[in-house]
Design a protein around this ligand. Structure first.
Ligand code: SF4
Length: 405
């Protein structure tokens, strides 16, 4: 469905996040269904130029329609995600950042780049830090070499440790580590060893994801053929609980269902991702990237060659625009906010929508409170610990028709 934006944001100047999608990988991991492609490395220079051009023209123009809302904005965070952004050279990262800096960028804005440990060297890391990237998210996934091979990752555990230590030496004082659990053949002991080895590095942030088997991936096909077994839901829940306990003991704040931040002199929560969980505004550039701005959600064309072709021809890369109905915006604000330990701020909800969550979702809130999945306290609505294990059960309730809107 392609619709044109209907209403501009109300703020005089809005703060936005900028997401840069780098849709390239050297090889495709067996579980991955992200919008990323192997074997297209030769396209990267043109892709970088196209992204820089799209950034310079923000908000991204719409196909054949009027200009999007002409609202002043400033950039509060930048996130290079993928794909494998560490396939870009530091000078290519700099090209995109220079384009972003044509807009006001907050002093001290978090600038994150997702990195594959196998791509990094101390010289590369120093040059990257010099571009202004101030946070790395390292896709470690496991410290078990056998498991890394099974996932088709390109690095081993020793490489991940070396990359982490070199990143510190290069001046990165905000480092995140991604790990996965519920992997084929993974035991509790293997998982706990991986968490222990991550904690030993003292990362500032950890993201822990439960493997999902996606159709169309090698893991999906092998699972269909009965050739792949993963820990069942109870075993995966035990792994999650073990991580919760271990990371709490190590002084990490479990601030979002899948994310932990070190308690320390700075706020190590992922500032860019907090914007998503607070259902705030962001621009996404690059192939397949999404934006949320001006009451609409925009999606760019997914294929990198077509994305580059369109931008080079000065055509819009946007393939789809959807108006976000107020009822959906309220539901998403609940669902995303509940992922955070801060929960949904009732007063913030009232400021944004002119009503309280209980005016709209009274039956859902009553039911979820009665079964112990949420609590309402100090003007915030939060998941209980049990609710964190059953998040999807909670979230789907809010997508049912609201009581009033
Ligand atoms: S490196 Fe990341 S984006 Fe690339 S294939 Fe593996 S999981 Fe997917």
């Amino acid at each position: 469905m392609t619709k044109l934006p209907l209403r501009p944001p109300e703020e005089a100047e809005v703060e936005v996040g900028l997401y840069v999608h780098v849709a390239f990988c050297q090889s495709i991991c067996h579980y991955c269904d992200f919008n990323t492609y192997a074997g297209l490395g030769a396209l990267i220079p043109r892709y970088v130029d196209a992204v820089a051009r799209e950034v310079a023209a923000l908000p991204t123009p719409l196909p054949g329609g009027p200009a999007p809302p002409d609202t002043p904005f400033r950039i509060g965070s930048i996130f290079f995600g993928g794909g494998t952004p560490s396939l870009l050279s530091p000078s290519q990262v700099e090209t995109i950042l220079a384009s972003a800096r044509r807009w006001p960028v907050d002093a001290g804005a978090e600038i994150t780049l997702e990195a594959n440990p196998g791509d990094l060297s101390i010289d590369h890391l120093r040059a990257l830090r010099a571009t202004g990237v101030n946070r790395l998210s390292l896709g470690v996934q496991s410290f078990d070499d056998r498991m890394l091979r099974r996932l088709c990752r390109r690095h081993d555990a020793a490489t991940a440790v070396r990359a982490f230590e070199q990143a510190r030496a290069a001046g990165f004082d905000n480092l995140s580590v991604d790990l996965m659990f519920g992997l084929p053949g993974q035991s509790q002991d293997h998982w706990q060893d991986t968490v222990d080895r991550a904690v030993a590095l003292v990362p500032d942030h950890l993201s822990l994801y439960n493997l999902t088997i996606e159709p169309g991936t090698p893991f999906g096909r092998w699972a269909e053929l009965g050739k792949l077994t993963v820990p069942d839901d109870d075993a995966a829940a035990d792994m999650y609980q073990a991580a919760i306990d271990r990371l709490a003991a190590a002084g990490y704040r479990h601030y979002e269902i899948s994310n932990w931040a070190r308690e320390g002199p700075a706020d190590y929560r992922a500032q860019h991702n907090l914007r998503y969980w607070r259902n705030q505004l962001y621009f996404g550039v690059g192939a397949g990237a999404h934006s949320s701005f001006g009451g609409c959600r925009y999606a760019n064309v997914r294929a990198p060659r077509e994305y580059v072709r369109r931008v080079e021809k000065r055509e819009s890369p946007v393939d789809d625009v959807e108006e976000i109905e107020r009822s959906l915006e309220m539901a998403e604000t609940m669902i995303l906010g509940l992922r955070l330990d801060d929960g949904v701020d009732v007063d913030g909800f009232r400021t944004r929508f002119g009503c309280e969550p209980d005016d709209v979702f009274s039956s859902q809130l009553a039911e979820l409170t009665n079964v112990g999945l949420i609590v309402v306290e100090r003007r915030a609505i939060r998941l209980t610990l049990r609710g964190r294990f059953l998040g999807n059960e909670v979230f789907c309730r809010f997508l049912a028709r609201p009581d009033a809107a």
